[in-house]
Design a protein around this ligand. Structure first.
Ligand code: ZN
Length: 440
């Protein structure tokens, strides 16, 4: 899927986005929406639609020196059409290079100020002849059309369930980690969840960054006010370290459910990861956390944007990413969703003392053996090695069952996996020792 989608020239509008959405819809159904150019969305307007067929810079012999057909990064996204000859000094004003990475083509856009430009490697630029006269062609159109985005909502079955936003952006051309990896992960996550009976609802959206998020919020304003939290899927298949960018609640020392679920999932696997506080630089979490919405949105990344050299250059290609890394991140997101689904509080029906387990045939027969406890124990400061994990999970679950301490809080304190605590708690419910607060 990465290979199939990689060559498509995407931007914030245009046929590249539509083609991408149609391809995603082959893997799992989604609704594709079109919003006309000129539509007012809060402080912004949906821009004209941009489409490009060809572009090149040719020397006086007609040889294409820079060719859009070799890399769609060569043209600054949203470049106006042009077809004329010019001297090198005039052309040079429109050329973008990355001197620090002389082989790489940078990725540049100019969505909201008309003009044109080419991106090329520093080496390609150095090879051009300053005395030469060049023909510059960009066969593009910039005209009223529409902005396209995809959406699919999975409805939760329980009345008490929340709603979570799973957002990704599909406006980048041939760049792999940022953000084709996020787009593919989005589809795989949607496909993994769509057949399941879910407690919460999940609103999956695939949009062009910034203008798409703003457009979506404007068109779904009432519904978005009810969203409990979410994740932006971006940069998930690189070779480097995992990272977590926390939601805006981290600014005030708070921790949202989405942050807790993500951090627990990373820690449960004993993964080294870079822990980023919220920052106003980033992706669409910026829009979702504006004062009117205040949706806590985090991002689990593998080679997070800004943090790798190849970012926004032609070196962020299919060699940079791997299916294995993408699958690793998918597993973590699935573990995050599992936590959101399982998390709830329990109230003890024997709140006076520890229950007599032997009488109920619940006293574990495996006592005394050395067992590896949940790995996350090491970061909580508690012992990672538990002498009697089964018994301890029962005792912890009973001890915490005050009706407000939830399973994630207990996992954070004890290092037990949420999944194990949930299984223990359900056993205790069956034995009449606990009652669940809230449905599942
Ligand atoms: Zn980007």
């Amino acid at each position: 899927m990465l290979r199939e989608l990689f060559p498509i020239c995407r931007s914030i509008t245009g046929d590249g986005v539509r083609q991408t959405l149609r391809r995603l819809a082959e893997t799992t159904p989604l609704d594709i929406h079109e919003v006309p150019s000129g539509t007012q969305v809060f402080d912004w307007q949906v821009p004209d639609e941009w489409n490009i067929r060809d572009a090149y810079i040719a020397d006086s012999g007609g040889r294409r020196i820079i060719d859009f057909r070799r890399s769609n990064l060569h043209v600054v996204s949203y470049s106006e059409p042009i077809d004329r000859e010019m001297d090198f000094p005039e052309l040079r004003e429109h050329l973008h290079t990355l001197p620090a990475m002389p082989d790489a083509i940078p990725y540049r856009t100019r969505y909201y100020s008309r003009g044109w430009g080419f991106c090329l490697s520093q080496n390609q630029c150095d090879a051009m002849d300053p005395a030469e006269r060049y023909r510059v062609v960009i066969d593009s159109t910039l005209a009223p059309g529409s902005l396209s985005y995809g959406e699919r909502r999975l409805s939760g079955h329980d009345g008490d369930g929340g709603e979570y936003l799973i957002s990704t952006y599909c406006c980048h051309p041939s760049l792999a980690n940022d953000n084709l990896s996020g787009v593919v992960l989005w589809t795989l996550l949607l496909r993994a969840l769509e057949g399941r009976r879910l407690r919460h609802s999940y609103r999956f959206i695939v949009i062009p960054e910034t203008i798409g998020a703003i457009t979506y919020l404007a068109r779904n304003a009432d519904a978005c006010l009810g969203i409990s939290g979410g994740y932006v899927l971006t940069c998930v298949a690189g070779p480097g370290p995992f990272a977590y960018k926390r939601s805006f609640t981290s600014l005030t020392g708070g921790q949202s459910m989405v942050d807790r679920a993500a951090l627990l999932s990373l820690r449960e696997r004993n993964l080294e990861f870079i822990d980023h506080p919220f920052d106003i630089n980033g992706s669409d979490e910026r829009q979702y956390s504006q004062p009117h919405w205040r949706i806590p949105v985090g991002s689990i990344c593998k080679d997070k944007y800004y943090d790798y050299h190849e970012y926004h250059t032609s070196a962020d290609n299919l060699d940079f990413v791997s299916a294995e890394s993408l699958a690793d991140t998918l597993e973590i997101y699935l573990s995050v969703i599992e936590k959101l689904e399982l998390n709830c509080a329990y109230r003890s029906l024997m709140p006076y003392c520890e229950p007599m387990l032997g009488r109920r045939n619940m006293y574990p027969s495996t006592g005394g053996a050395m067992h590896q406890g949940a790995a996350a124990g090491s970061h909580t400061g508690l012992q990672a090695v538990r002498m009697r994990p089964e018994l301890e999970s029962i005792l912890w679950t009973m001890q915490a069952a005050d009706g407000s301490t939830d399973l994630m809080a207990l996992a954070e304190r004890t290092g037990f996996a949420v999944r194990q605590l949930a299984a223990t708690a359900e056993r205790l419910v069956e034995h009449g020792l606990l009652e669940r607060i809230g449905g599942r």
